[in-house]
Design a protein around this ligand. Structure first.
Ligand code: NAP
Length: 299
């Protein structure tokens, strides 16, 4: 339970509804900032405007999946107010407080470092990344189906990167009957891909390996699908780049060559906000219960 713990949420999207629900069930004292247009009612939840006063008693401050942009702007689909998180806001938090977000940009990290407030990045955690890989793979599959005129079954799919997202993506495609080529750089990943029934290759051979594919799913967050590689991809092929912005594809060259290439950020929140919200809510509630289990931590 989170009885006696004060949690404030600033902004966000439909995923936050699951988080609010979970925290009210766990008996936390919840304040919503930037939720003025929220229709859904939650019993015992307070609303406030973003101000240092509203944050003075907060133990856990929860920001959206992307905490702030590079200038401190916090997105909220539930408000038309512009919200900028400043040093006055973070400075108003009690010294034991923690800030939780999906991923933190340098702006937020620096702001919190200035006030020695810790920032917890949920998407860094293996469990969250693995759970999130499920809606990500389903979303990528949806895009693949929408952008091709062939079935996944019987197609030749390439997945780059056997990490948390790549593994689930490859398994999902395999389950639908695709032949899955898996691009890796480590021998142990090569062995695992082979054991899983994928067709492994080393990414240094990507140019040759790309010659016969129908779909390419990239999860490697560095420029890997270069102009040279794209020049060897069949025109019919579709590239779906899942790596975080700016992706790992030379989109300019893909367009020039007439190969369809799509950057697909934030799929869990787009295709399955409820599931993605539950993933965040479960991880946050576990973490906050752990972080504040000893109330003597709290001044
Ligand atoms: P991850 O577990 O770290 O996997 C990344 C993989 O890329 C690892 O297997 C890594 O292999 C490989 N890799 C990195 N650099 C490489 C290189 N130069 N050559 C060959 N392989 C390389 O990360 P993840 O959780 O799967 O996430 C992957 C990307 O997807 C991230 O950018 C993440 O932000 C993004 N993502 C996007 C969505 C979405 O909705 N689009 C959702 C979730 C995650 P090694 O072990 O050899 O380093």
């Amino acid at each position: 339970m989170l009885t006696g713990i004060s949690v404030a949420l600033i902004g966000g999207d439909a995923r936050q509804l699951e988080v609010i629900q979970k925290f009210t069930e766990l008996d936390a004292s919840v304040t919503l900032i930037g939720f003025d247009n929220l229709q859904q009612q939650f019993a015992g939840v307070a609303k406030a405007k973003l101000s240092p006063d509203a944050l003075g008693h907060v133990d856990a401050l929860i920001l959206p999946a992307v905490g702030t942009d590079d200038t401190g702007h916090v997105e909220s689909i539930f408000s038309t107010d512009e919200m900028i998180l400043t040093t006055e806001h973070i400075g108003a938090l009690p010294r034991h407080a923690k800030v939780y977000t999906g991923m933190a940009k340098p702006y937020l990290k620096n702001l919190c470092a200035d006030h020695t407030i810790s920032v917890v990045e949920l998407f860094d955690r293996d469990d969250v990344a693995i759970y999130n890989s499920i809606p990500t793979a389903e979303g990528a599959l949806m895009m693949a189906i929408q952008n091709t005129d062939i079935t996944i079954h019987g197609s030749i799919c390439m997945v780059l990167g056997l990490g948390r997202t790549g593994f689930t993506m490859a398994k999902t495609l395999q389950g639908l009957g695709a032949a899955v080529k898996m691009g890796v750089r480590k021998p142990e990943h090569y062995a695992r891909a082979w054991e899983m029934g994928f067709i492994p290759f080393y990414t240094r051979d990507l140019y040759q390996e790309a010659a016969n594919i129908d779909l390419l799913f990239n999860t490697i967050p560095t420029m890997i699908v270069t102009a040279q590689v794209i020049a060897n991809i069949p025109h019919r092929a579709v590239i779906i780049d899942l790596a975080s912005k700016p992706g790992g594809t030379d989109f300019r060259f893909a367009e020039k060559r007439g190969v369809k290439a799509l950057l697909a950020p934030g799929l869990p929140g787009i295709v399955a906000p409820k599931t993605a919200g539950r993933i965040m809510a479960n991880a946050l509630s576990q973490l906050i219960q752990e972080d504040f289990k000893d109330r003597s931590d709290v001044e």
